[in-house]
Ligand binder design. Sequence first.
Ligand code: F6P
Length: 375
Amino acid sequence: MDRRLRVGLLTGGGDAPGLNAVIRAVTKSLILGHDAEVIGFEDGFLGLIAQRIRPLSYGDVSGILTRGGTILGTNNKANPFRYYKRGGADVSSQVIAYARQLGLDGVIAIGGDGTMSIANRLDEMGLPMVGVPKTIDNDLVATDRTFGFDTAVSIVTEAIDRLHTTAQSHQRVMIVETMGRYAGWIALHAGVAGGADLILIPEFEYSLDEVARVVRDRESFGRSFTIIVIAEGARMAGGEMAVRKTLDDSPDPLRLGGIGYVLQAELEARIKSEVRTTILGHVQRGGTPTAYDRNLATSFGAMAADLVAAREFGRMVAVQDGRFTSVPLAEVADRVRKVPMDAPLVRAALAVGTSFGVPELAASLDGARGEGAVV
Ligand code: F6P
């Protein structure tokens, strides 16, 4: 090759702990391993649309491994196929022309399902793309893990531990609401790690009678406090998801939140104990990544750099059955990975007496062994 490899990089969608670790890994491995030039786009796809770039040197990405957020900024509305600042116009051809004008060999997009869907469409139109799976929700298909999830689970687990002691002291029912959108991974993992009595997730519509029964049983056994972890996307059987607001200019317009308060109101009418609700919100996305997420982000970043250098485009780096691999972006686009009913962690939780608010769940899994992927 007679000229240096030139690679674009952006972080799209909501932020997650570990974004800077990926930016660092991509940039350092492209510079050290391939003598490449790295061009960062500011604020996700908005940087490609509004032509806002920032060259990234080795020095620019030194010292950011542990930092939360993203040094490039992000945006969860800027979709080149439906650009909100121009009345939903399709500006994808301009974006591709701009990337060509910059002389980019490829673009690495770090993001969740929305970002991967956009990356896939741009790749199909001729802009060579590589994806890196990010989201605290862990809901991308074709990868067992996304970076950011482990950190969110640690934050929620710590919150549950803290709520445990105050719940015990006041003999209260404590409801902890987590993020996760339409998947219950955060609530499931943190709920089990924090020893929650009830874990309510979108995948299993809960029965209010069952939730109240568990609390009353605990009251009658002298355990006068109960910890309930509820995912923001959970809903009562026959009920609605709690939508906090609708953002019409966002590719995923629904913002969930508040189901904890709905549950509190329903429960207070049925049980003796006092009930309190804590909505953890964006604290789950902020701050420094765990060691696990730093290492996952670093491995993903280095792999993405190698894919670009090998000109293997249209792919997303992934972890499957404990091994690093890559998958076609088309496989990931427009899909969400939910908690399967027979997930080993669901079975383990049931085995230690945790309820998912569904009376017949344990019986329906009877006889099944808790084997399968760790996640
Ligand atoms: O996808 C990550 C996530 O934090 C979800 O868990 C949550 O539903 C959503 O983003 C919140 O979005 P926003 O930051 O726009 O409020």
